[in-house]
Design a protein around this ligand. Sequence first.
Ligand code: HAM
Length: 404
Amino acid sequence: MIRSLRGMNDTLEQEDSARFSYFIQTATRIAKNYGFRFIETPQLEETALFKRSVGESSDIVGKEMYQFIDKGENDVCLRPEGTAGVVRAFVQNKYDRQDQIHRLFYHGTMFRYERPQKGRLRQFHQFGCESFGEASVLEDASLILMVRDIFNALGINFELKLNSLGDTNCMPQYRETLIKFLHSNEEHICEDCMRRKNTNPIRVLDCKNSHCQVIYADAPKLMQNLCAGCDTDFKALTDILKEHGMAYEIDPHLVRGLDYYSKTAFEFISTEIGAQSAIAGGGRYDRLVEFLEGRPTPAIGFAIGVERLMELIKMPSPVREGYYFGAMDENAISKVYKLGMRKRTSDIVTIGYKARNLKAHLKAADKANARYCAILGENELNRGTVWLKDLENKTESEPPQDEI
Ligand code: HAM
């Protein structure tokens, strides 16, 4: 038997796909309320896009890309995340020259060749939002509050972790301070951190090695090395969040796994799903549009990992919808089929193709979650009517066939 690849799952009908659709519908509705519009970008892009944006020193680009040379000798890669493609589309379509705010949302599959475990897949879905052209921290707050609204609507408990990664004024100086600290602790840090020290030193701060964690507890803190502008913005952001009743924890080691961030960085964590606890992550990336050859454009976004939410979503009880059509007599099948097909132009319709007794049809209608069960037997055929049961109100009627 051919099986799916490791870390790549089916979203099966019934429970899984109902949850998945409910999540997408809810997140879409809320993103639209915040002024975001849908964008779709390809799943396959030039590898250079991710190298330049997510960064060569990141684990995603360094270890986890589904990269290959295609038949036209192009170096391509299945997207490991959504932001880079959206920024590419933004620049390619000259949105950066329009001098207006663009708020875009997307959802789709992402691919990372990671070691699969609970909550960590090689193919997974993200729902993401990217906002371009707005430097105000009110936008940072709006995006964070939007994620809150989405999780609240789905009945998901969360914690918010927040940090500022500084900007071009304060980050270079902080880097130097951190590199000095790492030099003086060289013999105690792990191999990965030794490598990161030379490529992207701030990434050492979220190293999972327990010895490194102990050492970095004494590392100089980004938050205490922010320039006046970043410091003021970060305080303004936390004030807005407080005003809106949004609890947060400042995590000085939250540096995110992608290289394009500056200033605000955030993650939403669930304490109910085990080790892979990040259910959403995002932040500002004010320089990325420029890195991809667009006009300098402030930007901020986030992505929610859909699979990690699946077991947390509290679904509303299913409402009965549409019709079930069934025949109790062989002679009634073609009429039932005709009536069902007509009704399909306006409603959800399931049609039973075999003549069965009433009990069997009522059971099938219930299974299909239909609101109405419409049955034709010999009597109804002769009278030109339909026996109709409202499965919610438990009432019965016999309308003419033309009226159904
Ligand atoms: P990220 O933190 O790499 O950020 O991913 C966002 C979310 O995707 C994570 O919080 C997690 O829920 C989910 N996720 C990541 N990897 C996996 C995996 N292997 N299996 C299952 N779920 C996973 C980004 O991707 C950025 N593009 C977010 C962003 C948008 N920043 C600005 N705009």
